[in-house]
Design a protein around this ligand. Sequence first.
Ligand code: CMC
Length: 370
Amino acid sequence: MKEDRYSPGLEGIIAAETRISFLDTEHEEIVIRGYNLLELIRKVSYEAVVGLLLDEKLPDGSRQRELSQAMVQAPVPAPVYDILRKLPASMHAMDRLRTAVSALAGFDPEANSTSPESERLRAPRMIGQIAQIVANLTHIAEGREPQGFFPEYSFSENFLRAIVRRDVSAPEVRAFEQSLIAYVEHELPNSTFAARVVASTLSDAYGALTSAVASLKGPLHGGANEAVMYMLLEAKDVSGLDQLIRRKLSQKERIMGFGHRVYMRRMDPRAQLLKEVLHELISARGEGQVYADMCQRGEDIMRTEKGLYPNLDYYAAPVYYLLGIPIELYTPIFFAARSAGLLAHIIEQHRENRLYRPRVLYTGPRGLSI
Ligand code: CMC
C-alpha cells in the first residue's frame, strides 16, 4: 500500500457517496437534500426537516401531520424506563442514553430488518422515542416518573416541555426548535461515520445508533456543548472568561466550542445562526446578557490568538442554559436531534451497501521469532 494514501483522522478522505448532505465550504453553505440548512432553520419545522431527510422531499401538510403524529405518539416501552431507573444516577447521561437506545431494539419486532423501506417507516417512531427518553433522563435519575408527549403540542414544544416541565413561551419553543434543526444533519462527522460503518456490516439501525451515541459523547464531538457551559459557569463573567481562556491557551489546552475539522479557519454557519438565536432569546426574556457578552469575548480572543472560530456547540450551550435545560442533557439533545440524520444515513447505507473495511499503515516490528 502506498504511504501517500494514509490521512491521519481520515482528513480530506471521501468515505461515502451520499444524497443527504454536503458541507460546501467554498460557498459557505450546508446543503441538506438540496436546501440550505440555514434557510430550513429559519423557515420550516423540525418535523418538515425529518420528512425531507427520510422522503428526499419536503413534506406536504398531510405528510407533515402524519410524521408529527408518529413522532409525538410513540410510546416508550415501560421496561426501557425500568432499565434506566436501575442505572446509577452517577452514570453519564450519554451512557444512560446509549443503554436505552440499545434496549429499544428489544421492543421492536422488526428491529433486525435492514430493509431500507422498513427502516424509513419506523424512523419517525424511533425519533419520537429517543426524544422522550432524552427528555426523561434527568427526571428518572432524580426519582421522578417519566412523562410522555401530548398530541396537542408540536414535537419541539413537547420535547422542551417534557424536559423543563413548565409552560414554555413561543420564543422559547422557536429557539429550541431552531437548535434541533441546526443539529439535525451535518454530512459525515464521527458519529455518522460510526453509524454507517456499523450499518455496513448489515447490522441493524439500533446497533448503528448505539454506536453513534458512544461517538457523540466525546468532548471533541457532541460532548463539547456541555463542556462549553461548564467553562462559562466556571468563568462567571466576561473578565473571568478572558482570564480562563488565556490561562488554558498558555497551558496548551483546547477551548471547547472552537475549531472544526471542516470549518477550521472560518465560522461554522450554524454557530452564527445560534448566536442570533441566543440574542433573540435574551431580548425575549430580558435576561442572560452576560452569556452573550462572555461568548463574544471568547470569540474575539480565540480569533485573535489562535485564528479559530466558534462551532455550533459554543452558542447552543448558553441557549440551552437560558431555556433552563439541565447541562447533562445538552449532548443527549444533540443526539435526539441528529437521530433523524443518522437514520437517513443508515437507510442510505443499507440501500447501497458496501462493507467498510479499510487498511492500515503498519509501523510495528516484523520477523520476530518465539
Ligand atoms: N482550542 C485550542 N486549539 C485548538 C482547538 C481548540 N478548540 N481546535 C484546534 N486547535 C488547534 C490544535 O491544537 C492544533 O494546533 P497545532 O497544529 O499547533 O497542534 C490545530 O488547531 C489543529 O487541530 P487538530 O486537533 O489537528 O484539528 P482536528 O481537525 O483534528 O480537530 C476538533 C477538530 C473539532 C476536534 C478541534 O478543533 C477541537 O478539539 N475543538 C474543541 C472541541 C469542540 O468544540 N468540538 C466540537 C466540534 S463541532 C460540533 C460537533 O461535531 O460536535
